[in-house]
Design a protein around this ligand. Structure first.
Ligand code: XMP
Length: 325
């Protein structure tokens, strides 16, 4: 068992010793690891840290606003917000293959991040939210596990091209320790205990070609689903958001017929996915209450013009993966 205040004091001391008066840059993704790393490093060296937040246009509803508010406003961290939506959408136009999409998103991400950090000429360090399981995973790289079959896009590969020294203050921590640390550093628990979100974001939750129009529809459907999951309270005191490991909506570029008032509609479909798992290598679909699913479906269809049908994914992993791409 560890003592959090002591741990923070030690970590802060060690970061200060390591970087001295140098400047540090960090790619903030909105995810738990990079957020906790940012909060910790900021605690240690304040304005010597500059974060670069690349918005690829494939984030969840209001995510960019939330990141800027939490880090910029609440914590007083220097954050450069880069809205690269058009650049990403441009490169993704016409591309339907899931791995090709991942590669493009990963490549553009590096490109945008590099261009931004190139402007910060005085930076000597690149900080990353690498955690202990990432260290182990990359040590066993040659092994092709279910986890590495998809090219997982994280900010790896940046240091070589940027000529920066690496600062990885979370390298020895497990995920639950990172979360505890985040809360102790003042990050909101809702943020720190959020479900994982893939690096390529909605890019792999929009099947086939990615379009901004699809991303906008999906963001709204997904937000409704998550809000309804959070708004439940089961007998054990937990919400369905807490009872599931990952839950999200998937955009299907398929149109089907519906009725709305006196009229006929011909609109897109979203699938809801909610799973329970320990390690994400295998997973069960969550047996969400039918009333909850009904509420989500009604709200999505009533509130999101452009969607007229909602389906629920009842596939386990294996054989299905958690994401649809
Ligand atoms: P699958 O779909 O392979 O997902 O069952 C297992 C876990 O990995 C996440 N995932 C990704 N994370 N980049 C990421 O950062 C990716 O390309 C990627 N693909 C899948 C997925 O969200 C789930 O938590």
């Amino acid at each position: 068992d560890w003592n959090m205040p002591d741990y923070i004091a030690e970590a802060v001391e060690s970061i200060r010793k390591q970087v001295g008066t140098d400047e540090v840059i960090l790619g903030l993704s909105g995810g738990v690891d990079s957020s906790v790393a940012a909060a910790l490093i900021h605690r240690a060296i304040g304005d010597q840290l500059t974060c670069v937040f690349v918005d690829h246009g494939l984030l969840r509803l209001d995510e960019g606003k939330m990141v800027m508010e939490m880090f910029g406003k609440n914590l007083g961290v220097k954050v450069i917000h880069v809205d690269a939506t058009d650049q990403f959408m441009g490169h993704l136009a016409g591309v339907t293959d899931p791995e090709a999409k991942r590669k493009i998103i990963g490549r553009e991400f590096v490109e945008v991040f590099q261009a931004e950090s190139g402007k910060l000429k005085s930076a000597k360090w690149l900080a990353q939210g690498t955690i202990y399981p990432d260290v182990i995973e990359s040590a066993g790289k040659g092994k092709k596990t279910a986890h590495t079959i998809k090219s997982h896009h994280n900010v790896g590969g940046l240091p070589e091209t940027l000529n920066l020294k690496l600062l990885e203050p979370l390298r020895e921590l497990f995920k639950d320790e990172v979360r505890e640390l985040g809360v102790a550093l003042g990050l909101p628990p809702e943020m720190v205990y959020r479900h994982p979100f893939p690096g390529p974001g909605l890019g792999v939750r929009i099947l086939g070609e990615v379009k901004k129009e699809y991303a906008d529809l999906l963001r709204r459907a997904d937000a409704i689903f998550i809000e309804e999951l959070r708004n439940t309270k089961e007998a054990d005191g937990q919400s369905w958001y807490e009872k599931t490991s990952q839950a999200f909506a998937v955009f299907l570029p398929v149109k089907s017929v519906g009725v709305m008032g006196d009229g006929r509609t011909y609109e897109y479909v979203v699938a809801l996915r909610a799973v329970q798992t320990q390690d994400f290598m295998t997973a069960h679909w969550a047996h969400l209450p039918h009333e909850l699913l009904g509420r989500v479906s009604n709200r999505i269809i009533n509130e999101v013009r452009g969607l007229n049908r909602v389906v629920y994914d009842i596939s386990g992993k294996p054989p299905a993966t958690i994401e649809w791409e």
